[in-house]
Unconditional design. Structure first.
Length: 282
């Protein structure tokens, strides 16, 4: 009897599927999770629309850009609010990764014959797709309220590429935070206390030149300001004349944004991988 059972039960064949396929499977798992819990999309559906309408029609009339025309502010606003949304990719991946670690999902995935990096790559791809939904919805909302891209197709595409590249860099920040914090509550507290001030203390929603000297200096050297100004320039958004010499990053915003993306990724990626290994293997 025992011999018959041992012959009928055979070990399933284990095939090396590769990092890319494994990462896509984990990405699909994360997207199915969102499908089953559609409330997870509130931060990239309802919230972006609410922010666009709130700033365009409530605050837009009080924030003067050049001639004081509210329609000019709507053009000026879209780059800032999209940059803020893509910066929150770090928030999404940090919360999701911490939740997976706490629930033991990462341990279960690591017990399978998969590449150790597949968990992070899959989480990164799904988080970037998650944030991209917000960019698409905000673009459609902006077109509805009168926002337009005034430059050519190539420049417009390059601006969206810069936003996605920034989201990729922010994902490594999120992995670092998610691997270092011990609970979702801790991640929420840290990310709210850092990301919101950083994204507001820039030229996202109001010109930095109207800020006090110290805050203006910080805002002009804030990497978010470089991204926002680069997107505005590529979209041909009318910019008010500068009343003072801009900081060096804002004199070449596209190049500065690329440099910031490379620097943030180069610094945070090794730290994030080390923190993830320490958290999941220790």
């Amino acid at each position: 009897m025992t011999t018959t059972q041992s012959q009928s039960i055979s070990r399933p064949e284990i095939r090396d599927t590769g990092l890319l396929r494994q990462s896509l499977v984990i990405t699909r798992r994360n997207l199915i999770h969102i499908k089953r819990m559609p409330e997870m999309l509130l931060d990239v559906t309802i919230q972006p629309v609410m922010f666009v309408l709130l700033f365009a029609f409530v605050f837009g009339g009080s924030i003067a850009i050049s001639g004081g025309d509210p329609r000019e502010y709507r053009d000026w606003l879209m780059a800032g609010i999209m940059s803020q949304t893509i910066a929150f990719a770090s928030f999404i991946v940090a919360v999701g990764l911490t939740a997976d670690i706490d629930k033991g999902i990462v341990d279960r995935l690591r017990s399978l014959p998969i590449h150790p990096a597949a968990v992070l790559v899959g989480r990164s791809i799904s988080s970037l797709l998650h944030s991209s939904i917000g960019i698409v919805i905000m673009s459609l909302t902006g077109l509805t309220i009168g926002w337009r891209i005034h430059d050519g197709f190539f420049e417009a595409v390059l601006a969206y590429v810069l936003l996605l590249a920034w989201g990729f860099a922010m994902i490594w920040v999120g992995i670092l935070v998610g691997s270092s914090m011990r609970s979702v509550e801790a991640v929420n507290g840290l990310m709210f206390a850092t990301m919101f001030p950083i994204t507001f203390l820039a030229n996202t929603f109001a010109p930095a030149e109207n800020m006090p000297t110290v805050l203006r200096w910080f805002a002009e050297w804030n990497p978010i300001s470089s991204l926002v100004l680069a997107v505005r320039e590529l979209w041909g958004t009318p910019l008010p004349p500068a009343k003072h010499e801009l900081a060096l990053p804002l004199q070449h915003p596209v190049l500065s944004t690329i440099i910031w993306v490379v620097v943030i990724t180069a610094v945070c990626a090794p730290l994030a991988l080390r923190a993830f290994r320490r958290r999941t293997q220790g």
